[in-house]
Design a protein around this ligand. Structure first.
Ligand code: NDP
Length: 281
């Protein structure tokens, strides 16, 4: 491998230590940041994600309350819970674990949340602020991508960035954040013509498509910075990203591994957003 590793565990640790210090300062002022997690249904992966978020909260000295609801919960009951959490002064951040089981719709739930407690950055108000270049709460995964680039002092301004994926959760906010930092950004999706040629133009390539090892070495420019957001489980249970790591690492200048890359950053940025939500109360 010639690329240097962008180590998400190292960066996440640095972010969390900063949060820990700032939580201590808030507690000295009588404010203990609180995160409410809302988990609907029994998806095992969602349970693991939520448990990790709660444990990290506790480890950093924050208050956390878990709400676990049956998959048969109605849209109205979920809305009632969100409204109650909106009013709860001990709760500064609300995290609704997505995806919600069918037929629940996430959009009305996210919109019902107080924008001041929207630590996942998915409320239309916070999305709008991000689009305007005045980000407040930014979705945790793309925020984590930017934190990694900054930690390793990788230049963004003036670079050509290509983001593969256009979801509200990852692709679109990642593209906006890169654009606000003066990269020239192209966003690709499943209908993009000649994706390999577009990717080859990237100085910074962000793969967020959810297709195992899809980005091959011939799609990557020599010396590119490659950020792999994808998390895919192969038939043998192994976790792999959207990038063919071994082959691409031989060409890139910097690369994130999976696991141990963007994944740990998502939780760290959620902790940061919760601490920030408490700081503004
Ligand atoms: P979505 O399924 O919501 O979006 C995937 C995007 O990739 C879509 O815009 C889709 O295009 C595009 N896409 C799919 N196939 C192709 C293709 N063959 N060529 C080009 N574009 C394609 O996924 P998410 O954004 O939620 O997540 C993306 C990946 O990131 C997943 O693997 C997910 O598990 C992972 N993830 C990781 C996190 C972490 O903490 N590391 C957090 C969140 C997600 P179109 O719009 O046309 O359908």
């Amino acid at each position: 491998m010639s690329a240097q590793l962008i180590d998400g565990k190292v960066v996440a640790k640095a972010v969390k230590e900063d949060v820990r210090t700032r939580v201590e300062a808030l507690k000295a002022r009588g404010i203990r940041p609180g995160l409410a997690t809302v988990l609907v249904g029994d998806d095992p992966a969602s349970h693991v994600y939520v448990r990790n978020k709660q444990r990290t909260c506790e480890d950093l000295g924050m208050h956390t309350v878990g709400h676990e609801l049956a998959a048969t919960t109605s849209q109205e009951d979920l809305l009632t819970l969100i409204q109650r959490l909106n009013r709860d002064p001990a709760i500064h951040g609300i995290l609704v674990q997505l995806p919600l089981p069918k037929p629940l719709r996430s959009e009305p739930i996210l919109s019902a949340m107080s924008p001041d407690k929207d630590v996942d950055g998915l409320h239309p108000f916070n999305m709008g602020k991000l689009m305007m270049g005045e980000p407040r709460f930014v979705p945790c995964t793309p925020a984590g991508v930017m934190a990694m680039l900054d930690y390793y002092k990788l230049t963004i301004e003036g670079k050509t960035a290509v983001v593969v994926g256009r979801s509200n959760l990852v692709g679109k906010p990642a593209a906006l954040l890169l654009m606000h930092r003066h990269a020239t950004v192209t966003v690709c999706h499943s209908k993009t013509s000649d994706l390999p040629a577009v990717c080859r133009r990237a100085d910074i390539l962000v793969a967020a498509m959810g297709k195992a090892r899809f980005v091959r070495a011939e799609m990557v420019k020599d010396g590119a910075v490659v950020i792999d957001v994808g998390i895919n489980r192969e038939a043998d249970g192994k976790l792999v990203g959207d990038v063919d790591f071994e082959a691409v690492a031989a060409k890139a200048s910097w690369i994130t591994p999976v696991p141990g890359g963007v994944g740990p950053m998502t939780i760290a940025m959620l902790m940061r957003n919760t601490m920030l939500a408490a700081s503004t109360t």
